[in-house]
Ligand binder design. Structure first.
Ligand SMILES: Nc1ncnc2c1ncn2[C@@H]1O[C@H](COP(=O)(O)OP(=O)(O)O)[C@@H](O)[C@H]1O
Ligand SMILES: [Mg+2]
Length: 351
């Protein structure tokens, strides 16, 4: 569990510390107090990526050169510094880390936000990002292969953009692209298969109607990426980019046999979205032997009372949960929860 986090110059926080409790934490404060920023900071500290920002640069407090996040996770101490001048610097238990592998082996995160509905409605890039967030936490080699794939893809696309005279140089990148691409697609296929029954379980838990669901990994280029690459040579010359491979993968989501993006109601889409996030979190927990930290950013306003209740009940009791909202007035039984608020840029105990 996350015992503490100290933020310096992250988003709206000049300096702030937070010591969440082990179980359920309820963080309530008015809009623009920094609730989302606090959860974002926890995600960046543990996973080195923001669930909302495209780059870490955006999260640096305006007018300052860089942020630092320091946290205690069980017995380990994680420190992440970032500045536009120096980039990212990581320290694990007082030892500077050249690579992120060892650092990232520690923290597990599940992040729920209002934008998650885009998983169902949005473009395939949202669903690839979902798989990547899952893959990077479940599979030790995933991030390395993702970076290798992205490098090979960038080089290939650069040459294709340059035009036919660079065509012969392409082959140098085919090998790395195919090897890394196969690794990613294989892991994504397995994870999608494991997700499907969990998504079905959580849809039944959250929706009174309990629609039938399908989750299907759609592998761009099929199982033989080399053959697909060769077969698409003419098309990629014409479009000047690589047209098959994991960067074009998707996940088909169905409710009662029909595509959820087009045929499901908004309420059903929200249910499916929650089920996807809950399934992702449970899968991380089973694969890694301990549950992730659950971060739920202000998603209760979108739900009716019954769904709120069912969602709260679906969060595992043995996990650390940090939930934000502007008000908990609707909550009948905050029970054993630790209550927090934000005032003048600091986290304080109490509602
Ligand atoms: N890089 C930044 N530097 C300084 N302030 C920021 C930065 N990014 C966002 N903010 C400000 O931080 C405040 C808190 O935002 P947010 O965490 O989204 O609040 P909440 O989730 O409580 O509504 C907002 O007023 C926003 O304008
Ligand atoms: Mg917010």
């Amino acid at each position: 569990m996350l015992e503490s986090i100290v933020l310096h110059d992250f988003r709206c926080f000049a300096q702030a510390g937070f010591h969440p409790a082990a179980g359920l934490n309820l963080l309530s404060a008015p809009n623009a107090s920094g609730k989302s920023s606090m959860l974002e900071a926890i995600c960046v500290l543990l996973r080195l990526q923001s669930p909302r920002a495209g780059s870490l640069g955006e999260t640096v407090r305006r007018g300052t050169a860089g942020f630092s996040l320091r946290g205690r996770l069980g017995q380990r101490e994680l420190v992440c510094h970032y500045s536009s001048a120096e980039g990212r610097r990581l320290v694990l238990d007082d030892v500077a880390q050249r690579k992120s592998d060892e650092y990232l082996a520690n923290g597990l995160v599940a992040f729920f936000s209002n934008e998650d509905i885009e998983l169902v409605r949005g473009t395939s890039s949202k669903r690839r990002r979902f798989l990547d967030f899952l893959g990077s936490q479940c599979d030790a080699g995933y991030l390395k292969h993702l970076r290798a794939y992205e490098r090979a893809l960038r080089s290939r696309n650069f040459l294709l953009k340059e035009g036919p005279h660079r065509g012969r140089e392409l082959v140098a990148y085919d090998g790395p692209l195919i090897a890394a691409g196969k690794y990613l697609a294989d892991v994504r296929a397995v994870l999608s298969r494991e997700l499907e029954p969990l998504v079905a379980k959580f849809v039944r838990q959250i929706s009174p109607r309990g629609e039938a669901t399908a989750v299907r990994h759609e592998r761009s280029g099929g199982v033989d990426l080399g053959a697909a690459l060769a077969a698409s040579a003419a098309e990629e010359r014409r479009l000047r980019q690589t047209v098959v491979g994991p960067h074009r993968d998707d996940v088909a989501l169905e409710l009662d046999g029909a595509a959820a993006s087009t045929f499901a109601s908004e309420g059903q889409q929200r249910t499916l979205t929650l089920a996807l996030r809950l399934a992702q979190a449970e899968l991380i927990g089973t694969r890694r032997g301990s549950p992730p930290v659950y971060l739920l950013d202000d998603i209760f306003g979108e739900l009716d009372t019954e769904r709120r209740r069912r969602l709260l009940a679906a969060l595992p009791a043995d996990s650390q949960r940090i939930l934000t909202t502007t008000t908990w007035q609707w909550l009948e039984d905050g029970g054993e929860a630790a209550h927090w608020t934000i005032a003048d840029g600091a986290i304080r105990a109490g509602a």
